[in-house]
Design a protein around this ligand. Structure first.
Ligand code: ATP
Ligand code: MG
Length: 465
């Protein structure tokens, strides 16, 4: 099964279990000014998880394109991209753990065909100080599923420290963690205001036994170890508690909120720990190889960054974002400029985005035809940005090198930003990778320059009034 097949099979599987497929939300949330992008499937459903009636009923399923700018630094590893699709299913006061866990297991093992013996899970360890019990219910459901598949379902308590290593988890099938497996909007149980819902979650991981554990991440490897041996495929949140004046009480209307990474499940389906090998990214990588004459094996990071950023940029442009110096527009600008910079490093000195957009649109011909429909517009937006940046890229890089015979300050980064259009993060990355000495106060220095410029232009505007 390729990623497209998995997406359709998922929607069909849950539709057969009474779920209404709902359309994707725009990457730019229409009614939530607190966040720049939809970063998970549940974002558009928050009002319904909090109690409103959904017009399509209480069982919903979708695949939601997501952007997580906060993961930009991770792009280059085998499993994080700034843009990805999240498969989601929801129960709004309807079914609960006894259905959710076995369905997801069935989907992964019987529909996608993953090896059950490589599936590992985590459950909530409980929170004594807040009087929230351990999620033994979910663990018991998992245990029964593993046992039915003749898999030893050893359980290990990892306590609340999130560090399986210290507590000696050697491949426990069901691992209990503390805060890591607690979901609430406030982040931690004690930070939740009265009236706020929350609950335990249960994550599912796929083990890649050939990946060698990297001791830099801890003595032992375990579900939440970041070395990349265990890859999280999906997470089921069980909203079952509400904070009250007197502690935590059970919610009368319990919800399930499940989200899983389509590219990660698709990579698992071809037994690869590398999401870039999945069918939604690999054709982009292949085209980049052809365009640059460089191989993925020797230029892995650059190719991953390029494939991810270009795909993300296309989706942002499709959803109406235009490059600018603020908010969503700045993120789009940053993706295009960073991609241009990485391509430059691979020897691409000519404009090339127009060649990659059709490949990306083609990957989503069935699921998101709006990419093909808006192809010309998207190309125009991205190419304009690429051209503008490419003209100054070389001069900007030269300027940075010229500055580097001394400590580079935030004021210098401001010059690069203002004169050459270098997003500040890109200059910092450039300086770090070229061992250029950078002032440790570059950020406040840069921000001060930005403030001064803003005040100046405000004053200038006033004069014109
Ligand atoms: P991780 O710890 O691997 O970063 P997460 O805890 O941030 O994952 P969730 O917020 O639970 O992930 O999101 C649900 C699912 O979405 C994950 O199980 C994963 O499959 C997928 N996912 C999350 N972040 C990314 C990303 N940056 N790129 C690709 N898939 C992702
Ligand atoms: Mg994450």
């Amino acid at each position: 099964m390729d990623a497209g097949d998995i997406r359709s099979a998922y929607l069909k599987f849950y539709a057969a279990r009474g779920h209404t497929p709902i359309g994707r939300a725009s990457l730019v949330p229409r009614s939530d000014p607190t966040t720049l992008f939809n970063g998970s499937g549940m974002q558009q459903l928050l009002p319904y998880l909090l109690g409103a009636e959904h017009p399509d009923g209480n069982r919903l399923v979708d695949s939601q394109p997501c952007v997580r700018v906060q993961d930009i630094e991770e792009v280059g590893d085998n499993r994080h991209t700034t843009f990805f699709e999240m498969l989601g299913n929801w129960s709004l006061g309807d079914y609960f753990k006894a259905e959710q866990i076995p369905w997801f297991w069935e989907f992964l093992t019987e529909v996608v065909g993953l090896d059950p013996s490589r599936i590992y899970v985590s459950c909530f360890a409980g929170d004594e100080s807040n009087g929230i019990p351990k999620d033994t219910e979910s663990a018991a459901i998992w245990q029964a599923l593993f046992e039915a598949a003749e898999i030893n379902a050893e359980r290990v308590d990892l306590g609340t420290e999130h560090d399986g290593g210290e507590l000696g988890n050697h491949g426990a099938r069901i691992a209990f963690y503390g805060g890591k497996n607690w979901w609430c909007r406030a982040g931690a149980a004690e930070a939740m205001p009265v009236g706020e819902p929350g609950g335990p979650d249960s994550e599912v991981f796929y083990l890649y036994p050939d990946v060698v554990h990297d001791g830099a991440y801890g003595k032992f490897c375990h579900q939440n170890c970041d070395c990349g041996r265990y890859i999280e495929l999906g997470n089921s949140v069980f909203m079952q508690y509400v904070r009250t004046e007197g502690g935590f009480a059970t919610l009368p209307r319990k919800n399930v909120d499940y989200g899983g990474g389509l590219e990660r499940i698709a990579a698992a389906a071809i037994d690869s720990p590398d999401v870039f090998r999945s069918s939604l990214l690999w054709p982009i990588v292949e085209q980049l190889s052809t365009l640059t004459g460089k191989s993925y094996d020797t230029h892995t990071t650059a190719m991953r960054v390029l494939a991810d950023h270009l795909r993300g940029a296309v989706f942002l442009a499709v959803d109406g974002v235009l490059p600018s110096n603020k908010e969503q527009g700045y993120v789009l600008r940053r993706l295009v400029r960073r991609a241009t910079r990485f391509a430059f490093e691979l020897g691409v000195e000519e404009n090339f985005l127009h060649k990659v957009v059709p490949t990306i649109a083609d990957l989503y011909r069935d699921a998101y035809p709006e990419l093909a429909d808006r192809h010309d517009e998207v190309v125009a937006v991205l190419v304009k940005e690429e051209k503008a940046f490419r003209q100054t890229l070389r001069r900007g890089l030269r300027e940075l090198v010229r500055m580097s015979d001394r400590l580079v300050t935030g004021d210098d980064l401001f010059v690069l930003y203002d004169t050459y259009g270098f997003p500040v993060e890109l200059s910092v990355e450039e300086a770090r990778s070229s061992d250029i000495a950078l002032s440790e106060h570059w950020r406040p220095e840069f921000e001060r320059c930005m403030r001064v410029q803003r005040e100046r232009s405000r004053a200038a505007n006033k004069m014109h009034l």
